[in-house]
Structure formats: structure tokens, C-alpha cells
Design a binder for this molecule. Structure first.
Ligand SMILES: [Fe+2]
Ligand SMILES: [Fe+2]
Length: 186
């Protein structure tokens, strides 16, 4: 199913971002300084993980599923939406603390680390829920026609969001600069 292929590919990219964040947490904890690329990584989260990817799920994928979901399936979708909101709150707090740290406010690096930890815990649980519960549910519920409608809606979102290949390279560049091994080519 094209919809799931797209979202799984994006999850892989978001997984690389999570690895970057983990390495930034380790650095910030060890040296009590804000990692150089913290702001850049947060911008990527806002633009892509919290931006484009969640837009696709919330404005195209979930509504199409909701139209044929039963009560239990609606609850699953509701829980995933709540996860997105909580992720946004953590990202917002991370951004505030990164800015605070840039301006030398005390305690901001430690607060950034705390928020980033909480964000990653939530993020890993969310990814697991989508992989193990949401995608199999979508395979059951979505017709080929619904899949095509979602693909078109995804293209409309992508249309205004810049080149996805450039985005992938930017994530990989950040990943490499963090000293992480380049993921195998798809
Ligand atoms: Fe997702
Ligand atoms: Fe999601």
C-alpha cells in the first residue's frame, strides 16, 4: 500500500533524527553544553517530523481511516493524536531551552536534556504503536481507492514543502556529523 510505504520511509528518516538527538543528549549530559547542531536538529523536527509527516497523518491518513473505523479503532487514532500533541509540547519546551542555553540562561541545557529524553520515550512508543497497530489497521480498512486519495493528498502537502531528497540528505548530513554510521541505502 503506497500510503504505508511513504509513512514507513519517513519513519526511517525520523529514526535517524532520533539517533542524532540521542547523541546530542549524551553530549549535553557529558559536557553540560548545548550541542552545536541542536537548533538545526530542532528545526528539522519542526519542519519534517512534527511538520510534514504529522500533517500527512492528521490531515489525510487518519481522516480516511476514521471514515471506516469502529469504536476501538477510533480510540487508537485518538490516542495517536494525543501523542502528536504531547510530542509538540516537548519539542516546544526543547526549543525554548535551546534558545535559553544560547543566551546563557542557567539550567537550560539540563532542561533541554530532560525534555529531549521525555520526547524520545514518547516518540519510540508512538512509532511502535503506528508500526504494530496503525499500519495493520490501515491494511484492513483502506481500499485501493482510499489509498490513491491519500497519495494525492500527500502530494499536495509535499508540493509546498520543498525537495524530499534534499531533506533526506540534510538528515543524513546531521547524522554523519554526529559521528553516527551512515545507514544502509534503501
Ligand atoms: Fe508516523
Ligand atoms: Fe504519528
Amino acid at each position: 500500500m503506497k500510503t504505508i510505504d511513504t509513512l514507513e520511509r519517513e519513519h526511517e528518516w525520523i529514526g535517524w533524527m532520533a539517533e542524532c538527538l540521542e547523541s546530542q543528549i549524551a553530549l549535553a549530559q557529558a559536557e553540560d553544553i548545548l550541542p552545536e547542531a541542536a537548533y538545526e536538529l530542532l528545526s528539522l523536527y519542526e519542519q519534517f517530523a512534527d511538520g510534514r509527516h504529522q500533517d500527512k497523518e492528521e490531515s489525510a491518513f487518519f481522516p480516511e481511516l476514521l471514515s471506516s473505523a469502529d469504536e476501538h479503532e477510533r480510540e487508537v487514532l485518538q490516542k495517536l493524536l494525543l501523542d502528536h500533541e504531547a510530542e509538540r509540547r516537548h519539542l516546544d519546551a526543547m526549543r525554548q531551552n535551546v534558545l535559553g542555553a544560547v543566551y546563557g540562561e542557567p539550567g537550560c541545557v539540563r532542561a533541554f536534556v530532560r525534555e529531549a529524553h521525555d520526547y524520545l520515550d514518547l516518540h519510540h512508543a508512538h512509532m511502535l504503536r503506528e508500526t504494530e497497530i496503525l499500519f495493520p489497521m490501515a491494511e484492513r480498512l483502506l481500499s485501493p481507492e482510499a489509498d490513491e486519495r491519500i497519495v494525492k493528498a500527500f502530494e499536495a502537502i509535499e508540493g509546498g514543502a520543498g525537495d524530499p531528497h534534499a531533506l533526506r540528505e540534510q538528515i543524513l548530513n546531521l547524522h554523519q556529523r554526529a559521528g553516527l554510521p551512515r545507514p544502509p541505502a534503501a
